[in-house]
Design a protein around this ligand. Structure first.
Ligand SMILES: C[S@@+](CC[C@H](N)C(=O)[O-])C[C@H]1O[C@@H](n2cnc3c(N)ncnc32)[C@H](O)[C@@H]1O
Length: 280
């Protein structure tokens, strides 16, 4: 079976000769090329899809990814495809596989579908389509949601994992928590002193920058990154004549970051960071 990559290296004319007439009537961003079953298995494994999941395959073709997620992993699956022929084929395939109660196929544009119910997303689109979709994925999916893409990456959003399956490549990301803004929190320093800090963060995908202000002095946030719900960074600050590296590690849940600040001088504290209005 030829992949999209192989088709792309051929001529455009070759595409159109192969495409059935009915398909040409639909305004698609990507042609229908199914993912090999061995690759689907790896995609579902990488996304760690299980019975509690609702997997969305955006541009779902003949429905094979959501059907396999339901049949092999007990997940609920939602396929979205703009081509009515593919949707009819998917529904027939789901019936044959005995999973009609676990899957749903939506005929529509993947850029318009509400992604908030998804707990995992699979893609086999094109590089430019992945990039156009990226802001929607980051805005609508919950932090920590796995996104798996067959063959095409997400530009400057580096994947956490890349797996080769024959000629195919599978990429994995997790949606980073949105941590940009102003945060205030109290810390009990070694010796019991209560300190009030303010943290100002900006975020670019999974990279975090900013400053921490304590005792009227500001220090840069270094090595900042977000991994799903987890946020991590270090801050160098002077203490008793020496530079101390503090490691912050927290988890953002329900608009709050809770975590631990550990200092390399042995003093450490664990406190809640409360979110404030980021425009403050
Ligand atoms: C390369 S196929 C992938 C099929 C399936 N996900 C798989 O991996 O086997 C891409 C699919 O996206 C669909 N598609 C293209 N543009 C779309 C759009 N804007 N909205 C929804 N589906 C679209 C096509 O009809 C096609 O079935």
């Amino acid at each position: 079976m030829r992949s999209i990559r192989q088709l792309l290296s051929g001529t455009t004319a070759f595409f159109f000769v192969l495409a059935p007439l009915a398909s040409l009537a639909v305004d698609k961003d990507v042609p229908f090329v199914p993912t090999d079953e061995a690759v689907v298995e790896v995609m579902l494994k990488l996304a760690d899809v299980g019975p509690k999941d609702t997997l969305y395959d955006l541009g779902s073709g003949d429905g094979r990814i959501v059907i396999m997620a339901a049949k092999e992993r007990g997940a609920h699956g939602v396929g979205v495809d703009i081509d009515p022929e593919r949707i009819a084929e998917s529904r027939a395939n789901a019936k044959r596989a005995g999973v009609t109660d676990k899957v749903q196929f939506i005929e529509g544009d993947l850029f318009k579908v509400d992604l908030r119910p998804a707990t995992a997303v699979t893609l086999y689109l094109l590089p430019a389509v992945n990039l156009k979709l990226r802001p929607k994925l980051l805005a609508e999916l919950r932090p920590g949601t796995p996104i798996v893409s067959h063959d095409f990456d997400m530009g400057d959003w580096a994947p956490e994992t890349t797996v080769k399956v024959g000629n195919a490549t599978v990429y994995l990301w997790h949606v980073p928590a949105r941590v940009a803004g102003t945060w205030r929190y109290h810390v009990t320093a070694p010796g019991g002193k209560n300190e009030r800090h303010q943290l100002q963060l900006t975020q670019d995908l999974d990279k975090v920058r900013g400053t921490v202000t304590m005792d009227g002095r500001s220090f840069p946030v270094e090595n900042g990154r977000v991994d799903g719900e987890r946020v991590m960074f270090t801050v160098k600050r002077p203490r008793q004549g020496a530079m101390v590296v503090q490691r912050y590690e927290g988890r953002m849940v329900d608009g709050r970051i809770s975590g631990v600040i550990a200092a390399d001088d042995g003093g450490n504290t664990g406190r809640r960071l409360a979110r404030t209005d980021s425009n403050e």
